[in-house]
Design a protein around this ligand. Sequence first.
Ligand code: GTP
Ligand code: MG
Length: 452
Amino acid sequence: SKEEVSQLRTPIVCVMGHVDHGKTTLLDRIRGTTVAQYEAGAITQHIGATEIPLSVIQQFCGSGFKANLMVPGLLFIDTPGHHAFTSLRSRGGSLADLAILIVDINEGFQPQTIESINILKRFKTPFVVAANKIDRIPGWRPVENAPMEKSLAGQTERVVETLETKIYELVGELYKYGFDSNRYDRIADFTKTVGIIPVSAITGEGIPDLLLVLVGLAQRFLKQNLVIESSRPGMGTILEVKEERGLGTTLDVILYDGMISVGDTIVVGTPREPIITKVRALLKPRPLKEIRSEERFTPVKHVVAASGIKVSAPKLETALAGSTIRVVGEGEDPEAIAKEIRSEIEAVRIDTDTVGVILKADTIGSLEGLVGELRAKNIPIHVADVGPVTRRDVIRAAAIKDPLLSVILGFNVEILPDALSEIQKLDIPVFQSDVIYTLLESYEEWMEEKKM
Ligand code: GTP
Ligand code: MG
C-alpha cells in the first residue's frame, strides 16, 4: 500500500571477490539451495539478488542470536567474477550498503580481490572479509554450520596455528591497501578495523558469525542510510537488460530507495537519451530464490526498496546496464529527471583529452572505474564510451600520433567485424579483458616494452 511509513529497509550486501573463491557457494549455503550445481560450468552467468529474511538468519545463528533486530533481512547481490561488478553503482556511490569480500584463505589476494578492494575504497563501502575454504586447511575437522568458537574448539593446535598464520597474511595484504584489519572477535570498533571472518561455504562453519557481524554492522553504522520513506519515488540500478519470452526486453533492477508501482512513469538510462516509459509489469522472485534461476516470477503491483525486481515496460531495448532507473513522482517533470540521468552518464563519458587512449566498456560503472584508474596513472583518455569497439573507434585511435596512446582498451566488450578488419589494416594495438586490473596491467607491460 502507498501509506506513509518509515522503516529500516533491507540493507544491500554485495558479495565480491576473485573467480572461484566461493561467492555463489557461500550464498547457496545460506539459502540452503544449490544454484551453483545448475550453473553452466559452475560459473555464475548473471547477476542475481537474493533476499535472506531474518528468520533464516536467526535459524542459522540459533541461540547465538541476541542482537536487537531491526532490519527485515539482508539482500545479497552475487556478482559474477567474470562480470563488471563495477556496474553495481548507484547515484554518487556504490549500490551496496555493505560488502563481503570473499578471499580463498589458501590462495590469498588475487587480481579481482584487488579490484574489489579498490572499488570498496573508492565508494567507501563498509565491508568484512570472509576468509573462505577453511575446511581445506590440512587436518581440518568440520563441524557442520558451527559458529567459529565451537568449530575452533574442535581443531588441533596445529590447525589453529595454520589458520592464524593465514589470517595474518590477509591482515598484511589488507594493510597494503590501507586497511587495518583483525579477526572479527578481536575487534572493538568495526568502524576502524575490518573484520576477518573465517568461514567454509561448504561446511557452513563461521557463517553464523558472518551473518551476525553483517546484521550488527548494518544496524549500528547504517541506520541513517536505511531509513526509507516507502512512498518516495523509486530509484534503482539496472543490473541487466534481458530478453524474456512473452515479455520482450526487461530490466533486472536493484531498487535501493523508495517504491515502484505498475503504471508508474519511469525514466531509464541509455548510452544516449534516457527512455521515458510506463511500468507494464513488476515481477518479483520469491524470497530465497535467485532472480536468474526463477522460472516463474510473481507479478506484483508495488515493490518497496531494497529489492531485486524485474521490470517490464515498452521501449526498453536501448537501456544501459549500470545506469539508473527512476520513478517519476507526482508533480515531477520526466524531462527534468531524464536530463539528470543523462548528465550522470555524460559525467562519466569524457571526450576531453585531445591525445589519449580509446576506452570502451560494457557498463557505465565499469567505464567509471576504468576512467578513475587511468587518471590515477596519468594516462590520458581521448574517448571513453559504453559499447562495442566500432570502426569509428579504430579510426580515432589511428589519428593519435603518440604510438603509446594510439591504442584501444576494451573492457568486456565485443569488437565489431568492420572494426576488426580496420584494426588489422591500421595495425592498432587492442587490449581486452574482463578484469580492470588485468586490462591495465597488460597495457602497461606493453608500454614498458615499447619504451625500451
Ligand atoms: P565465480 O562466480 O565464477 O566468480 O566463482 P564464485 O566465487 O562464485 O565461486 P563458486 O562459489 O562457484 O566456487 C568455486 C569452487 O570452489 C566450487 O567448486 C566450490 O565448490 C568450491 N568452494 C567454494 N567454497 C568452498 C569452501 O568453503 N570449501 C571448499 N572446500 N570448496 C569451496
Ligand atoms: Mg559465482
